[in-house]
Ligand binder design. Sequence first.
Ligand code: DX5
Ligand code: ZN
Length: 227
Amino acid sequence: MATRINPSILAADFANFESELSRIRSADLVHVDIMDNHFVPNLTFGLGMVERLQQISPLPLDIHLMIDDPERWAPGYAEAGAYSVTFHAEATTEPVALARRLRQIGARAGIALKPGTDVAPYLELLPEFDQVLVMTVEPGFGGQSFMESTMPKLAQLRSEVQKTGLDVWLQVDGGITEQTIEIAALAGADTFVAGSSVFGAENPAAQISLLRERAASHRHGAGNLES
Ligand code: DX5
Ligand code: ZN
């Protein structure tokens, strides 16, 4: 199981994305938070900015849509060339139809769950998705504290992924640090979004390595593999 570290540019200098992106070259993907001030009480940027990021980013883009009406907007991000497009379960009644559309355009399709959203109804939909994002804070802002209460959802997802053999990435987002990443990795996450802990570090590359090591050494089930 691979370990992926996706720094969130929500914590980067918005006036210098090009140089900020060059500080995180050793990461796997760039996490891009799209907020509309309706689904969440905060506003970031939209498709125009992402089209430009797509041109300048050395790493693939991992788009996290915290927006209402994803049916209307999500396909545009896939068409812009985003590697993955994740929309919120709470924002749509037709998650499967939207995921199929995103995959048809050529993006990986992701579904995100707020901390209070139960994972059970989505387990049987896993074949339709390439990624599940378990929010480990309430969406809307960077720099919040990790909510350990969300970990049982990861355990359920990991056991379903193991049972079915599907290649679905399990992502955590919010409050991921060199400490909390161990908890999330043990619970079953393999893809880790980190905003303030990477861009707030003096040396983002060293921080990315540290996060990667801590996650890899606390991988779910690692202890069970020894025979
Ligand atoms: C929060 C966003 C996160 C945010 C994480 O709503 O979805 O991606 O950037 O920031 P940290 O890592 O600072 O909690
Ligand atoms: Zn995010």
